[in-house]
Design a protein around this ligand. Sequence first.
Ligand SMILES: Cc1cc2nc3c(=O)[nH]c(=O)nc-3n(C[C@H](O)[C@H](O)[C@H](O)COP(=O)(O)OP(=O)(O)OC[C@H]3O[C@@H](n4cnc5c(N)ncnc54)[C@H](O)[C@@H]3O)c2cc1C
Ligand code: SF4
Ligand code: SF4
Length: 942
Amino acid sequence: MDLHAALVALLEPGRVLTRPLDLIAYASDASFYRLIPQAVVLPKSLREIQALFVFARANRVPLTFRTAGTSLSGQAVTSGILAEVARHWKGIQVEAEGRRVRVQPGVIGSHVNAVLRPYGRRLGPDPASIDACMMGGILANNASGMCCGVVENSYHTLAAITFVLPNGVVVNTAEAGAGERLRQQAPALHRGILELKQRATAEAGLRNRIRAKYGMKNTTGYSLNALLDFDDPADILGHLMIGSEGTLGFIAEAVLHTLPAYPLRYTGLLFFATVQHAGSAIVPLRDSGARALEIMDRAALRSVEHLAGAPTILKSLPESAAGLLVEYQCTTLEELQQAREAAQRACRALALLHPPEFTEEAAAQALLWKLRKGLFPSIGAMRRQGTTVIIEDVAFKVERLAEAITDLQALFRDYHYDEAIIFGHAKDGNLHFVITPSFNTDAEIERYERFMASLVKLVVEKYDGALKAEHGTGRNIAPFVEAEWGRTAFAIMKELKRLVDPDGFLNPGVIINDDPQAHVRNLKTLPVVEAEVDKCIECGFCEPQCPSRRLTLTPRQRIVVRREMARLRAAPGQAAWLDSLLADYPYAGLDTCAVDGLCATACPVAINTGELVKRLRGESHSRKASRRALRLARSLAGVEKTARFASRSAHLAARLLGADSLRKMTVVAEHVFNTRLPKWNRAMPSPPRRLPKTAQVGAHAVYFPACLSRIMGRSQAAGFSLPELLPLLAERAGLPVWIPPDATGHCCGMPFGSKGYTEAFHETLHRIIAKCWDWSEAGRLPIVIDASSCAYTLRACEHDLEGEDLLHWRQLTILDSVEFVHDRLLARLQPRRLPEAVVLHPNCAARKLGLTDKLQNLAAACAESVTIPEHLDCCAFAGDRGLLLPELTQSATALEAAEVKARSYDGYYSSNLTCEMGMTLATNQHYQSILSLVERATRAEG
Ligand SMILES: Cc1cc2nc3c(=O)[nH]c(=O)nc-3n(C[C@H](O)[C@H](O)[C@H](O)COP(=O)(O)OP(=O)(O)OC[C@H]3O[C@@H](n4cnc5c(N)ncnc54)[C@H](O)[C@@H]3O)c2cc1C
Ligand code: SF4
Ligand code: SF4
C-alpha cells in the first residue's frame, strides 16, 4: 500500500508527512523510548479524525495522537501513524466570567492560564511542563504538579468533554441525552460500560481499593474511579478519557472548571538534619494550609548548591539532611496574615536545623523556586555524554514518605545509580527521582531492568503505592499495571480497552501491554553528536519558542535528526535514509533556523541550538567564501554606500516596475544563478537622507545608529527617519546624544555571525569595540543602539572577545534605545497619553534583554491602551533571513498576525527595524519604532 497516497486522500498533501526527515523528527518524545512512525498526519477536523480511525482499523495500522510530545513514559511515540493535533486544534474560550474555560487539545497550558489571568482564575492541573505541554496531553495524561494534588486535576475539574470513539461516534457530555444517544449509536458499548460499572461496584473490596488508590496521586492504568463516580455511560467514558493516554479515543474539546489564582505567597526553605525529620514535618505543615511542600534529599540539594543565589548553608548541611520548600498561597492580605501565623505555629513544633525563614518578596521567592526547579536540569547538565536522563514518578502514603525515601536511597546504592537525586511533591506523597543510565550497552539495559523489578516490588509490595503518580503509565509501567492494581481491577481495565477499541489500533502497547519486557524495548540511545547539544534530554520545552516550528523543524527535532544521522553512520546498510536526511537537513535544519537563540530561553539545560546551526553553517562555507566575508567585514563603509544605493535603486525599480515584478525577477535570478537572493518586499523602508548633526561636547550618551537604520531607517509615517528620532527625544529631554561621524561603516557583526562567518564576525566585533571604546571616552559615556538585535549582539558577545577587546568591553555600557529612553529620558519627557490603542511586538532580542516591561511601560506612558499579543512569536526576520526565506517569516508570524488582524489598533510598534518589516508584511499594518510613538506623545502641542 502506498501509505502516503492513501493518507493524502483522507487529508491533503501538506498535512501528510512521510519523508525520513519528518518521521525521524517525530520519533522521539521526552521519554527514553523511540519509535519511528510510518507517517505523520496533521488532521484539522472531526471528519478527518473519523476518517483516520476507519483507515487505521481497516489497515491494522496503529494510530497515536500527539500534542507537545513532552510525555515521559513513551505514550506519544508510535511505529504506526502519528497524528499531531498541536497545530490545528487551538480553540480557547473563557466562559462564565472565567469560572470555566473551553479548550481544544493544541492549546499550551500556560496560554490558558494567561487568558484566565485577568479573571483572577487558573487551571487546576499544574504540571511543571505547563509552558510547553498542551491541553490534549494534560487531559490524556491527567497531568498534575506541585499544588494540584488529587482534587484539582483534570479529572476533578472536568465540566464537559467532547470525544471521538474508535467506532467514529462523537460524544459531547454537555449535550442533554448524550448517554441515550450513545446507547442508540453504540448499544454494545453502552451496555458494556454499565456491566463494567457493575463489576467495579459490586464488591466492597474492589470499591474500597479504587477509592483508596485515588486518595493518592495515581496515573497507573485507567481512571477506574469514573466507574464509581458516574452513572451515565457518556459521563463514565468522558472521565475515562482523562488519563487514557490516547488509547480510548480522541479528545476534541473539554470544558474545565477553573480555580482562583493566588497572587500572594509566603515562601520558605526549611532544613532538617534527617529525611525522617523532614518527613514528620509534612503533615503539620500541610494541615497548617501550605499549598506546596517540595521535599529534596541531600543529593538533590547538593546538585543545586552551585547555582547563583543558592543559600550558602546548602554547602554545610550534614550528609543525612533534607529540605522542604514550603509555600502558602493566598488571595487577600487577611489570608496572608493568617498564613504567616499558621506557618510560625507549625514551625515551632518541627525539628528544624535552622530557624525558619519565610519571604513575601517575589524575587526571593523566585530564587527559591529556581533551586527547586533546577534539580532536574542540573542532573541533566552534569551527566556523562551519551547517557539518558530518567525521571521517575512514584507515590506513597504521606505518613510513610520518609521511610520510602530511605528505601529508595538504598535501592540506588544497590544498583550503583550513584548520581540519583530524590525530590517531589511531599504534600501528596509524590516523589520524583532522577537517574542517568546509558542505553548504549546491553549490560546497562539489563541493570535498568533489574532495578525496575526491585522498584516495583518496593513500591507495590512494601508500600502499596503508585508506580506512576502523574506522568502516565505509557510503555514504562504498562507491564506492571496488574502488579500494582491486582488481577480483578486489571481485568476490568483490559476489558475496557477491548470494549472501546476492539481492534486495538489506538496507541497499542500503552497502558495495556502483555509483553513483560515492554519497558525495556524500543529504548532510545543517545549517540554523542556535538558538544553544543549533547546535553539535550529531548524534553521539548524549546519547541513553543521556535519560529520555524510550523515550517520545518523545532530545536529538539534539529537535534534528534543530528542524532539519527550519527546512528545511521554507525549502522551500515542504511545509506538511503542517511542520504535523504543529508539532502533535506540543510534547508530544514540550517537555513530556516533564525539563530535567535530563543530555544535557550526555555531549555532546562540552556542549549542554544542556534549556536550549533551557526557552526554548521560556518563549516559549510568554502575557504574562499570565508575570505570574501572577511574582506567585506574590512570594507563595510563601501558596502554600506553600495547598500544605500541598491536600496534606493530597488525603491525606484519598485515604483517603475511594481513590487510584484521586482520580486518575480529576483526569483528568476535565483534560478539562473542557483543561489538564494533577498526578495524585495513592500515593507522595506528607504535610506534616510543623512545622519542628523549632533555635538560631541555636552553629550550624555553616544548614539550608534545600527547599520540597517543607516541603510533603511527612513520612517514611512512619522516624518522622521529612525536615526533622527533618538537625538530629537534626547534633545527634548535635555540630555543630548552624539552620533560619531565615523559611525558609518561599522556594525555589530551579527549578519556575519548568524551565517557562521566567524572570522568576519570577530573582525567586525573587534572594530566596533575599539570604536565604542574611543567614542565612549573609555567607557565614560553609554553607547545607545536603536536596534534591539544589535544591542543584544554587543551585550552577549563576551565569549567572542579576547585580550584588550574583552577588557574594554567589560567597561562599556551598551544600552538598547528602549532602556535608554525608559530609564533616562522618560521622566524628563513627561509624555501625554494619546487617546490611542497600540499593539506591541516585543521582538526576541528585546525579550532576551529583558526589555518587555520597559517597552510596555514606554507605550503605556504614551497611549491609552497597550496590547501584547497572546501569540507573541519571534518573526524570524533575523537580519536578512526574512528577505532570503520569506516563507519563514510568514509561517513564524501566522498566529500573532491573525491575532493582531482580528482587532484594529491606532499604532503598531517594536524596537528592531527588520522585525518591524516582518510584522508589517505579516499584518499589512505599518509597524514602527516605539521611539516614534514617544516622539508624538512628547511633541509640543499647538
Ligand atoms: C521536564 C519535564 C517535567 C514534567 N513535569 C510534569 C509534571 O510536573 N506533572 C506531570 O503530570 N507531567 C509532567 N511531565 C510530563 C508531561 O509534560 C505531561 O504529562 C504533559 O501533560 C504532556 O502533555 P503533552 O502536550 O506533551 O502531551 P503528549 O506527550 O503529546 O501526549 C500525551 C498523551 O496524550 C495523548 N493525547 C494527546 N492529545 C490527545 C487527544 N487530543 N486525544 C487523546 N489523546 C491525546 C497522546 O497520545 C499521549 O498518550 C513533565 C515532562 C517533562 C519533560
Ligand atoms: S535559534 Fe531560533 S530558530 Fe533556531 S532552533 Fe533555536 S529557536 Fe529555533
Ligand atoms: S534543546 Fe533543551 S529544551 Fe530543547 S529538547 Fe533539548 S533539552 Fe529540551
